[in-house]
Design a protein around this ligand. Sequence first.
Ligand code: ZN
Length: 174
Amino acid sequence: MSKRKIVIEPDPILRQKSEILEKVDDELRRLMDDMLETMYSAPGIGLAAVQVGILKRLVVIDISKEKEKKHPLFLINPEIISKSKSTSIHEEGCLSLPGQFAEIERPAECQIKYIDYDGKKKEIKAKGLLSTCIQHEIDHLDGKLFIDYLSKLKKDMILKKLVKHKKELNKIVL
Ligand code: ZN
């Protein structure tokens, strides 16, 4: 396994739609392992392939608390089948928007279908943090970020901070 570089907003790739995966093979499993390692070391609870620069419909999630045993979830071609009418609000952050957080309202529960690590078709119902995390990550596959749910004013403020943050990062690299 090896860590990958996380794409930081603003970056046009984060606004592109990811493509459906045709098959689950060892190469894809290697990518999933890399994504998981990248996510754990960040640390984060969810990562979409586009965030490491790969436009494929692939997500890794692990919402288990640090001291518990790890419970990674690999979602290939995840699709929301149904969403609840009731909503919930969670404070969201994103590995591509370092240091930025905002309260976002989303359907409280969702049901999804996906292909798992071994290429098997699966369906799950999610609520609470997992439901929010799944919806946040599937948004990534459609080029959408959590700041898109905010007012233009708040969104522009966050983007301004990120542009500054990226300039600082580049200085360090140079
Ligand atoms: Zn994110």
